[in-house]
Design a protein around this ligand. Structure first.
Ligand code: 13P
Length: 250
């Protein structure tokens, strides 16, 4: 059993057409040595997905969306369906990011519906989970994450179609990170939860760490037994930083 690491960038609400050269710098830096070790994924804002897909064609870099609606089409002004993401070249979609759970009140049930939509069209789903600061301080981090996993992941998910991203909310964009031991404990708990529910598929499912990953701390955070890559926010906006993190794998 081998889980191929995934180095994923979430550009969030950042990026104009003028940002595409940065994406090209990332794909230009996806060397044979890196290709041998890890998958590269960039999730730009929806407005850039089509052009990003065209520009990275043939480089091996994957493109994903940051969210999708649960339905295929209909009267949902401003929303984007999984079908639409696929149509413009996405092969992955992030669902349940803590910023969407917080900004848009997304429940586990809604996240699950979005994840099911992603699977319906053949996108790989990245389901995000993670505790808030007060939940960690109350000793409830693992319980919170287990509940999110149970409620957000569709039954039909497989190791090939599901990636879990553990992103402690208090570590996102703050420069704060959990200790190496905290990451290890949480990823072990996530692995156990996935294995109990999905058997061998759970063993083979990739679990990413996200939250203030930088080139300087990447080794400590992501080179661990049950950590299969990173979901990178701020540091994915600069090719130099993204490649610096990825180079941890070579
Ligand atoms: P930062 O890397 O900016 O902390 O963001 C992490 C994140 O939320 C990725 O989805």
């Amino acid at each position: 059993m081998t889980r191929r690491p995934l180095v994923a960038g979430n550009w969030k609400m950042n990026g104009l057409a003028a940002s595409l050269p940065e994406l090209m710098a990332i794909s230009g830096g996806y060397s044979a040595a890196l290709k041998a070790k890890a998958d590269f994924l960039i999730c730009p804002p929806a407005t850039l997905i089509r052009e990003a897909s065209v520009q990275v064609a043939g480089t091996g870099v994957l493109i994903g969306g940051q969210d999708c609606h649960g339905k295929a089409s209909g009267a949902h002004t401003g929303d984007i369906s999984a079908e639409m993401l696929k149509d413009v070249g996405a092969s992955y979609v992030i669902v349940g990011h803590s910023e969407r759970r917080a900004d848009h009140g997304e429940s586990d049930a809604l996240v699950r519906a979005k994840a099911e939509a992603g699977l319906r069209v053949g996108l790989v789903i990245i389901v995000c989970v993670g505790e808030r600061k007060e939940q960690r301080e109350a000793g409830k981090a693992v319980a919170v994450v287990r509940e999110q996993l149970a409620g957000s992941i569709p039954d039909a998910a497989t190791a090939a179609t599901l990636v879990v991203a553990y992103e402690p909310v208090w570590a996102i964009g703050t420069g704060l990170t959990p200790t190496k031991a905290d990451v290890a404990d949480m990823h072990k708990a996530i692995r156990e939860t996935l294995s109990q529910r999905f058997g061998a598929e759970g063993q083979n499912t990739r679990i990413l760490y996200g939250g203030s990953v930088k080139p300087e701390n990447a080794r400590d955070l992501i080179i661990q037994p049950d950590v299969d890559g990173a979901l990178i926010g701020g540091a994915s906006l600069q090719a130099k930083d993204f490649l610096g993190i990825a180079s941890t794998y070579i």
